[in-house]
Design a protein around this ligand. Structure first.
Ligand code: NAD
Ligand code: GLY
Length: 384
């Protein structure tokens, strides 16, 4: 049975369908999202996700008359790079993809970001669809049109804004998601809560209290859980959508609390941590969790955030799951990575800090004394 629990519109550009067993009808969905002239689709995934859901998606697309070519990228953040991009583009060209054809991303944020960027630059931009299969990609990366690859300069430094023609969130796919990935996704959900306001923060907190992440996959037979999980994802997606529609390109001049930049809460340190560990130690959400804790510690130390607010953020992050140890990472390496970003952009950094939960503030890095940065990083990385 197909249960479409929600549909969120991103202006008049595309829709995000959220529900259970939606893959069963993804051929009709793709047909509705793409132009009538699309004949070929390159389905991008990785071996693991394709093994779980790929044949189903491919068959449904084919039943609707599309010619489908599958390209599987290697699994992992470190393969979200220029080399994979080039291989994908070569594949598009060999399969004879035209401007009117499309790409579909089936997988987590790594697959989605790479597929989206390949679609953004191939023939100066062709259509693509997002079928996210991790919690993180459902609530965050598949929405808003940011696409990118990593490089020696840094994480997501080469990319483009390119909106998908549609996003299909089949929450049933979370059944097979490993717990560590689920935990990483919930860290991003906490990030949304922390910058959006008390409501979303408390809703996230409550969801986590109600449903322990142990044995998450066994809950899918429970109707109420289905409904609540769908609702949880919908609220997250609505928040992200609200921010991105009014600041689609993350306007560099904007510094207000509704700027898209607030979604980067936890990302300054998070990205540096991923970079200094060669993109293969942390899950993205885990690095962001450390980044949020560091940002909160800095906010406390420069006197803009009350320590009780810091505690509630710490508590909810702690309730999700363990973070990989980080005490052996050199603080100076992290600071160097932050400095590199600063020099390369020719700007000082803007940090997203919190005055309290739901009250983000953008602060110029010059306002954060080097000693406080160092001490805050040390406290957070050594205490987990
Ligand atoms: P990921 O794509 O690496 O997926 C995590 C792991 O789960 C992979 O091993 C994948 O094969 C596996 N997997 C995916 N779906 C599965 C399923 N249903 N069942 C079993 N296994 C499954 O990681 P992620 O956390 O989804 O995405 C992280 C990426 O997203 C980072 O590169 C980050 O920069 C990016 N991101 C982008 C945006 C954006 O706005 N574009 C926002 C946030 C994050
Ligand atoms: N994940 C941050 C953004 O989409 O802007």
């Amino acid at each position: 049975m197909i249960r479409n629990t929600a549909s969120v519109k991103v202006k008049n550009e595309y829709e995000i369908g959220i529900g259970h067993d939606l893959l069963a009808d993804c051929g009709r969905w793709a047909h509705a999202c793409l132009s009538g002239k699309t004949t070929k689709i390159v389905l991008i995934s990785n071996k693991k996700v394709f093994g779980l859901y790929g044949e189903k998606v491919k068959n449904r697309f084919e039943q609707k008359g599309f010619e489908v070519f599958v390209w599987l990228m290697r699994d992992g953040e470190r393969f979200k790079n220029l080399r994979s991009l080039e291989t994908a583009l070569t594949f598009f060209s060999k399969m004879g993809l035209k401007r009117s054809d499309g790409v579909a991303a089936l997988g987590g944020g790594v697959v989605g970001d790479l597929a989206g960027f390949a679609a953004a630059v191939y023939l100066r931009g062709i259509a693509y669809l997002q079928i996210p299969t991790t919690l993180l990609s459902m609530i965050d990366s598949s929405v808003g049109g940011k696409t990118a690859v990593n490089s020696d300069f840094g994480k997501n430094w080469i990319g483009a804004f390119h909106n998908p023609k549609g996003v299909l969130i089949d929450v049933e796919t979370l059944k097979t998601l490993p717990k560590r990935e689920l935990v990483a996704g919930f860290f991003e959900a906490i990030k949304h809560g922390a910058v959006s306001g008390r409501n979303l923060f408390q809703h996230t907190e409550q969801f986590l209290k109600t449903y322990s992440l142990n044995g998450f996959e066994n809950r899918f037979s429970d109707e109420e859980f289905h409904r609540n999980l769908g609702k949880f994802i919908e609220k997250q997606v609505i928040f992200k959508t609200k921010i991105v529609v009014q600041d689609r390109y993350e306007d560099a001049e904007r510094n207000d609390p509704k700027s898209r930049k607030i979604l980067n809460f936890g990302h300054t340190v998070g990205h540096a941590l991923e970079k200094v560990t060669n993109y293969d130690y942390f899950k993205h959400g885990e690095a962001v969790a450390y980044g949020m804790l560091a940002a909160a510690e800095i906010a406390k130390n420069i006197g803009i955030c009350d320590k009780n607010e810091l505690k509630s953020l710490n508590d909810v992050i702690g309730s999700v799951g363990d973070l990989p140890p980080a005490s052996n990472i050199e603080i100076n390496d992290i600071i160097e990575a932050l400095e590199f970003d600063k020099k390369s952009t020719g700007e000082s950094h803007q940090w997203v800090l919190l005055k309290k939960i739901g009250k983000p503030i953008l602060i110029d890095s010059k306002q954060i004394p080097a000693k406080i940065l160092q001490r805050s990083l040390k406290t957070v990385l050594e205490n987990k």
